[in-house]
Design a protein around this ligand. Sequence first.
Ligand code: ARG
Length: 396
Amino acid sequence: MADKKKIVLAYSGGLDTSVAVPWFKENYDAEVITVTVDLGMVDLEAIRKRALAVGAAKALTVDGRDTLVNEFLFPALQAGAIYEEQYPLATALGRPLIARYLVEAAQAEGAYAVAHGCTGKGNDQVRLDVGVTALAPELKVIAPVRDWGMSRQQEIEYAQARKLPINIKSSRFSVDENLWGRSVEAGELEDPWQEPPEEAYAWTKPLSATPDDPAYLEVHFDQGIPTAVDGEAMPGAALIRHLNALAGSNGVGRLDHVENRLVGIKSREVYEAPGAVVLHAAHKALETLTLSKDQARTKARIAQEYADMVYNGLWYSHHRHDLDAYVRSTQRYVTGDVRLRLHKGNCVVVGRSSPNGLYQHRLATYDSGDQFDHSAAVGFISIYGLPVRTQNQVQR
Ligand code: ARG
């Protein structure tokens, strides 16, 4: 046993990765060590037991919640990273952290390879493969589902023949979730004309079941990081969880997106991201008060670049490092409070305030107390309009 090759497998407890355990033992003559990462939404102990039951030599678990929030979610929030104006990138932000834990486990256990259950047509295989090989180029990455060519039915038969304790009841949707959101695809969602059925949703209420009265809340930010809700200081993971529940109960955070995958196809995915939707709206509102016009314009371009970079699996790039440095610098004065109204699926910013706000009432007001120099506007406009006047006079 001691000289057997070792493979570290990212294990979710689902059918694919449960079948992968005996499959590796049979086809690679290797011992399998599973790693299950808690990014906010899993029952680690139940999955650990199942890993051992399907034949893992060792089942490791990691609580990645705080690291996910502090090193991935909040930097992406500060960046304003939303893919194609819809998707707050929950799955995409979780993958590089899973890659990191896989590498750490492989190195600690002396494994020659890491493995994951991604298919060959999604973005996640790219994120994991690129992530792992960026951190540990010497490791081999194996994606059995990409290689074995079994249909779902064949996988079930394979599992039954080996008496694996799997539960096949699983839904018609493919779901991935972490603190930042829930990603749902497959089943009838593959028809982009069809309205997503209610069963696709789990974190958000249908409008018919949301309260008639609006809910108001206040989020406090310290240098672009949310630190308190309604005056109560909360650590990041608890704060996100709180907003997921509150916004979800008001039907906020449902997203229906036909997106452009890195592998060149379009796919229809439904997301639930109540906390992320609230925090992005609030953060952006605070930036309207605290960033200059030029900073805001440039930052909006960086936000798109950042979102593409995350979506496309390039987290462990120097490019990300550089973008982060820019983003962090922009957040120095993004401190203050935002007031929001949640009602019937809508999240609306209704107020914002900051000790560093660039909004000056004495300059903006139309009432008495106005200190804006109206007479200076005349000379400004004359020079500002000069090139337009000149060109229109000469080039008639
Ligand atoms: N399309 C999303 C992404 O690429 C989510 C992928 C995982 N989705 C799922 N339903 N399993 O980030």
